[in-house]
Design a protein around this ligand. Structure first.
Ligand code: FAD
Length: 411
């Protein structure tokens, strides 16, 4: 038998190639990107993702058979470093690539992976998550959207909320209850739902910040084929656990599936320095202390991301360790936003919201709790760290081993 060797390009050579390609093919980033907020931005980012795909730089850590590059986390990091400062398809990072495509890669059937992943990597399809419900998102296993089997099909009924970017999506990963006779974690199934399915209504939600990124969805007898199930029927909790690990890594900044900038949790020290200069407070000792503290948090956060992602990749830490970076990212974000508000003072409420200047400080402040809720709340991250990483006893739950149809609800 002849041994076969596959040569993987060195990170240095890949970095050089990426640097040259980026210079020739992408424009410098001109806009301060605060989140995808209209159809035009989505169309542009889909197009940019196609450019990355054609250039051989899409899905660096996705396997080649599904349209990716089959390279390592170190290659991905090098590409991200080189791509900072260029116009990148950031809207497709979270949740499409880092959460939904990553979950499909782990759990999808061969047909699902071959049908969806190359389309996502080419920028042709956007995916979102249909998890949270109006009754609460932290107790995800207690959800009440139902899917019932009808011949070869499933029929979905219920309501989801806080789905980021659903109005611009092609597919949503939807967790639904398929069995009410078993305890809550055992009766769930994950489905891949086309957003164009008859019976699915998507409405955008306007927030106090002016953003209309969040959506709510109403499922009225939405019919899905049997092969819409992702993972096992009744195995929805295990599937959701996989998805949530990817989500915490994405939100915390340690996902290997993100190109370009990471999500904004943690912020930039330079923004605070610019703000202090613009407001004439650069010499104020209190302001300098705030900037120093924010810079320290940011530096520690970057090292934590590297340490935890390497440890998870090498099986030295469980995937739940993504909660560590998720929690630290939220704390860093909170400190950054509060420091910016202290520096800007009343100007934070009077500036214009465009751009990273003073007006944006007020908008960021209005949205700051989101950093402690998105990707599961900070309190839930603390629970996970104590139970899954430190091995402390589980939080007590009166509904844990009770068939779900016997759990009192609606009070
Ligand atoms: C930016 C952002 C993006 C989001 N994107 C999506 C998305 O794409 N798809 C989606 O489905 N959802 C999304 N969400 C919703 C998010 O998952 C929920 O906000 C989150 O799970 C918390 O749920 P909730 O808001 O219903 O709060 P609740 O679950 O009602 O919790 C309220 C408060 O009680 C605390 N709490 C609850 N249970 C416990 C407990 N056992 N121990 C200690 N404290 C507890 C929570 O920490 C929180 O502070 C997003 C949210 C944000 C902010």
């Amino acid at each position: 038998m002849t041994a076969q060797y596959t040569t993987i390009e060195s990170v240095d050579s890949f970095r050089d190639r990426a640097r040259r390609w980026l210079k020739e093919n992408l424009a410098p980033a001109t806009e301060y990107f605060v989140g995808a907020f209209d159809e035009e931005v989505w169309a542009r980012h889909r197009e940019l993702q196609g450019v990355l795909f054609e250039g051989g730089f899409a899905g660096i850590c996705f396997p080649k058979e599904y349209g990716g590059q089959g390279l390592s986390v170190a290659h991905q990091r090098a590409f991200t470093e080189e791509s900072l400062g260029y116009e990148m398809p950031l809207a497709l990072n979270v949740p499409t690539l880092a959460i939904c495509a990553a979950t499909l890669l782990d759990l999808g059937t061969e047909e699902q992976k071959r049908a969806r992943l190359p389309a996502v990597l080419r920028g042709e399809e956007v995916m979102v998550q249909f998890l949270s419900e109006p009754r609460g998102g932290s107790d995800l296993a207690g959800l009440i959207t139902r899917a019932e089997r009808d011949g070869d099909e499933w029929v979905l009924n219920g309501t989801k909320i806080w789905s980021s970017g659903a109005y611009a999506a092609d597919y949503g990963l939807c967790l639904a209850r398929t069995n009410w006779d078993v305890p809550k974690h055992q009766g769930l199934t994950l489905f891949l739902v086309p957003t164009a399915a008859p019976g699915l209504t998507i409405r955008r939600i306007r927030q106090v910040t002016g953003s209309v990124e969040f959506c709510e969805e109403f499922f009225d007898d939405v019919r899905l084929p049997a092969d819409a199930v992702v993972g096992e029927v009744g195995g929805g909790w295990a599937a959701a656990t996989t998805l949530l690990h990817h989500e915490r890594a994405a939100v915390g900044g340690s996902s290997p599936y993100i190109s370009g900038d990471q999500p904004r949790l943690g912020g930039e020290t330079d923004t605070l320095i610019d703000l202090a200069r613009d407001t004439g407070r650069l010499d104020d000792p209190r302001v300098r202390e705030d900037i120093g503290a924010a810079h320290t948090m940011r530096t520690v956060r970057e090292q934590l991301i590297e340490h935890v992602s390497d440890a998870i990749a090498a099986d030295r830490m469980p995937p739940a360790a993504g909660s560590l970076v998720r929690l630290f990212g939220a704390e860093t974000n909170w400190l950054q936003i509060d420091s910016a508000l202290h520096i800007a003072g009343t100007a934070a409420a009077t500036g214009t919201p465009e751009g990273p200047g003073i007006g944006q400080v007020g908008i960021d402040y209005l949205f700051r709790n989101a950093g402690s809720l998105g990707g599961g709340s900070t309190e839930m991250a603390r629970n996970l760290i104590s139970e899954r990483i430190l091995g402390m006893p589980r939080e007590s739950a009166a509904d844990r081993d009770v068939p779900f149809n016997q759990v009192p609800r609606g009070r």
